[in-house]
Ligand binder design. Structure first.
Ligand SMILES: [Zn+2]
Length: 325
C-alpha cells in the first residue's frame, strides 16, 4: 500500500476464526478511506479512519463495491462465480478500489475455480480479489500461483485471553481456559465463551491437573473411572485432552519463563509443581500421548478405547515402559 502496489489477487490462508475476512475488510477500508491516517513511526503503513462514509459503509457491509461471497451450502456454485464475473465487467460504482472477498475459496468446484481463473488472469481495472482458505494446499495450483499468499498464524493464547478479559468481560481465570481450548482461533474462543460452559471447562481443567499428578501408580479401577468420566463427552473429549496438554506445557515453561504460562490464574501452582519434580521427560511423554489420543479421536477412533489406552499409559508413569514407543 505504501508503494501504491497492492496485488490484484491475494490469498489469506489460516485456520477459521483468526481474522482473515476481518483483515480483508480492513484492507478494503484503507484502500477506500476518504480521510486515511498517514503512515508514521509507530505504524509504517496508512490506516483507515473508521469514521468516514466509505469506512462506515464497508464496516456495515453496505458498500456496493465491497463484495463478499461464500459457498452456498457445501460448495461455490458455478452460477455464483458467473454472476460475479458479470458484475466485474462493469466499472466500480464509487470506490477507488473494488474489493471482492471470496470466503472459504477451497470450497470451489473445479468448474467454479476455472471460471474464476479468467478473472485472475485478466484482472479488471481497480479491482482486488481476496480469497480466504484454510490452507493453500486445498486450492487448485493454478489459482494459488496467480495469488499472492499471506499466511495467518494462530494467535497466542495469552493474547486471546487478554482480549476476552478486556473486550468481552470474562474473568481472567475463565479467559485462560477458553483461550487454551481455542487453539489459536479468536472466533472459536468467542463461540466457546458464548456457549456459557466456561465454568464447566475450568472445573474440568482443575480436575485434570489434579489427576495428572496423582494418576501414576493408581490401579486399573481408578484409571477406568477417569476414562469413563471423559468418555461421557464423546468426541468432545478431545477438548479435555487439550486442557490437560496446555497444563503440561505450562508446567514445562513455568520455571524458566513463568510469563509465558497460559493458565495465568494457576501460575503459582504451576511453578510449585514444576519445582517439586524433575519430571520433564514424563511431561513430554504425557504430551505426546495426549496428542496421539487427540488424533485418534479426530480420526474417528473408538472414544472409550482410546481414552482407556491413554490413561493406562499415563498411569504407568515415565513412558519408558509404555507400549514400546
Ligand atoms: Zn475512512
Amino acid at each position: 500500500m505504501a508503494r501504491d502496489g497492492v496485488p490484484h489477487a491475494l490469498l489469506f490462508a489460516g485456520i477459521d476464526g483468526i481474522g482473515k475476512t476481518t483483515a480483508a475488510r480492513a484492507l478494503a477500508m484503507v484502500l477506500n478511506c476518504q480521510a486515511p491516517l498517514p503512515a508514521g513511526e509507530e505504524r509504517p503503513w496508512p490506516d483507515a479512519c473508521g469514521r468516514c462514509r466509505s469506512c462506515r459503509r464497508i464496516a456495515a457491509g453496505l458498500h456496493p463495491d465491497v463484495i463478499q461471497l461464500q459457498p452456498e451450502g457445501a460448495f461455490f456454485k458455478i452460477g455464483q462465480i458467473r454472476s460475479l464475473l458479470d458484475v466485474l465487467t462493469l466499472r466500480p460504482y464509487e470506490a477507488r478500489y473494488r474489493v471482492v472477498i471470496l470466503r472459504d475459496a477451497q470450497a470451489m468446484t473445479t468448474a467454479a475455480a476455472n471460471a474464476l481463473l479468467k478473472v485472475l488472469e485478466e484482472p479488471p481495472d481497480r479491482t482486488i480479489l481476496v480469497l480466504t482458505a484454510g490452507g493453500s494446499s486445498d486450492l487448485l495450483p493454478t489459482i494459488v500461483s496467480r495469488c499472492q499468499a499471506v499466511r495467518f498464524a494462530p494467535l497466542d493464547p495469552d493474547r486471546i485471553a487478554q482480549r476476552l478479559v478486556e473486550n468481552d468481560g470474562l474473568a481472567p481465570q475463565d479467559a485462560t481456559v477458553v483461550a487454551a481450548l481455542a487453539g489459536g482461533s479468536l472466533g472459536r474462543a468467542l463461540a466457546l465463551a458464548r456457549q456459557g460452559a466456561v465454568a464447566h471447562w475450568r472445573r474440568r481443567r482443575d480436575w485434570l491437573a489434579r489427576m495428572l499428578s496423582t494418576l501414576p501408580g493408581q490401579g486399573p479401577s481408578t484409571v477406568l473411572a477417569v476414562a469413563e468420566e471423559l468418555a461421557r463427552d464423546g468426541r468432545r473429549a478431545g477438548e479435555s485432552l487439550e486442557l490437560a496438554k496446555t497444563w503440561l506445557r505450562d508446567r514445562l515453561v513455568a520455571l524458566q519463563r513463568p510469563e509465558l504460562v497460559v493458565y495465568a490464574d494457576r501460575r503459582e501452582d504451576l511453578c510449585r509443581s514444576a519445582r517439586q519434580a524433575a519430571d520433564r521427560n514424563r511431561c513430554l511423554f504425557q504430551i505426546r500421548r495426549l496428542q496421539e489420543a487427540q488424533r485418534a479421536l479426530e480420526g474417528n477412533g473408538a472414544v472409550r478405547l482410546t481414552l482407556e489406552s491413554l490413561f493406562f499409559d499415563l498411569a504407568r508413569g515415565d513412558g519408558k515402559a509404555a507400549g514400546g514407543n
